[in-house]
Write a protein that binds this ligand. Structure first.
Ligand code: G3P
Length: 242
C-alpha cells in the first residue's frame, strides 16, 4: 500500500514538473542586470506570470541564485537556475549545488551559457543528474557543430546563440537564420527528443515568429525584455504573432 502511495505521488509530481515547461517556450535569462535583481527580479517574474496567464504560452524565469527561493514562493512559473556547478555536496565554497537549488524550487537549469562556458564532460554530468531528478536542462551552444555535440548528451533543450549577437539588438532569427535552421535539421537527425531554442538579439513578436518559422520551439532572451521601458508590454508583444 505504501508503495502504491509513493508511486502515485511520484507519478503526480513528475506530471506536475514535466507539464510545467511546454512548447512554445519563452525563457527569460535575468543575467545580472540591476533591472532583474532582487525586488526587480520579483516584479519581472510577476510580469512573466501575467503574460503566461494571458497568452497561455509557457514563460520561464532564469533568475540569479539568490532570487530563486522568493520567486518560487511568490509566483507559479517554471524557474531555471542560470548555471549549476559539476560538484557533489561537500567543500566547494561559492558554487551552485543542484541539491540546494532543487530545494529552492528550480525546475531545471541553463548550462554552458556563453557567459559561463563549461567542459563537455561537465555538461554531460549535470544533464544526467538533472534528468535523474526529472528536471529540465537547457544547454546553450554557439553554432551548429556544438549544438550537435550538446544534443548527444540528451538534454531537453539546446539553445543556439551566436555570442556576437548577444545583447546587440540584432535578432539571430533574422541576422543568421541559417544557424537556427541548420541546428534544427542536424539536431533532430541525431536526437529527435531535443527541442531547439534560439537566442541573441531577440526582442519583438516578429523576431519570435521568425524563430518559430525556422523550426525553433521558442526563444531564450534577456536584454530586449529586461531593459524595456515596460517589460510586461514587451513580453506581450513577443508572443503576439505566434
Ligand atoms: O541567454 C540569453 C542571451 O544570452 C541573449 O541575450 O540580451 O541578446 O537577449 P540578449
Amino acid at each position: 500500500m505504501d508503495y502504491v502511495i509513493i508511486l502515485y505521488h511520484k507519478i503526480l509530481n513528475e506530471e506536475l514538473t514535466l507539464s510545467k515547461i511546454t512548447t512554445p517556450t519563452v525563457i527569460l535569462n535575468f543575467k545580472t542586470y540591476l533591472e532583474s535583481s532582487g525586488e526587480n527580479a520579483l516584479k519581472l517574474a510577476k510580469a512573466l506570470e501575467n503574460v503566461a496567464n494571458e497568452s497561455g504560452i509557457t514563460m520561464v524565469a532564469a533568475p540569479q541564485t539568490a532570487d530563486i527561493f522568493r520567486i518560487n514562493d511568490e509566483t507559479n512559473i517554471p524557474i531555471l537556475a542560470q548555471h549549476i556547478d559539476p560538484i557533489s555536496p561537500g567543500g566547494h565554497t561559492g558554487s551552485n549545488l543542484l541539491e540546494c537549488l532543487m530545494e529552492s524550487g528550480i525546475n531545471g537549469t541553463l548550462l554552458n551559457h556563453s557567459e559561463i562556458r563549461m567542459k563537455l564532460a561537465d555538461i554531460g554530468y549535470i544533464v544526467k543528474k538533472i534528468r535523474d531528478n526529472d528536471l529540465f536542462s537547457v544547454v546553450c551552444t554557439n553554432n551548429i557543430e556544438t549544438s550537435v555535440a550538446a544534443a548527444t548528451l540528451n538534454p531537453n533543450f539546446v539553445a543556439v546563440e551566436p555570442p556576437e549577437l548577444i545583447g546587440s539588438g540584432i535578432p539571430v532569427s533574422q541576422a543568421e537564420p541559417e544557424i537556427v535552421e541548420g541546428t534544427v535539421a542536424k539536431v533532430k537527425k541525431i536526437n529527435k527528443n531535443v527541442e531547439i531554442l534560439c537566442g541573441a538579439g531577440i526582442s519583438t513578436g516578429e523576431d519570435m515568429k521568425a524563430a518559430m518559422d525556422l523550426g525553433a520551439s521558442g526563444v531564450l532572451l534577456a536584454s530586449g525584455i529586461i531593459l524595456a521601458k515596460d517589460p510586461q508590454s514587451a513580453l506581450l508583444d513577443l508572443v503576439s504573432k505566434i
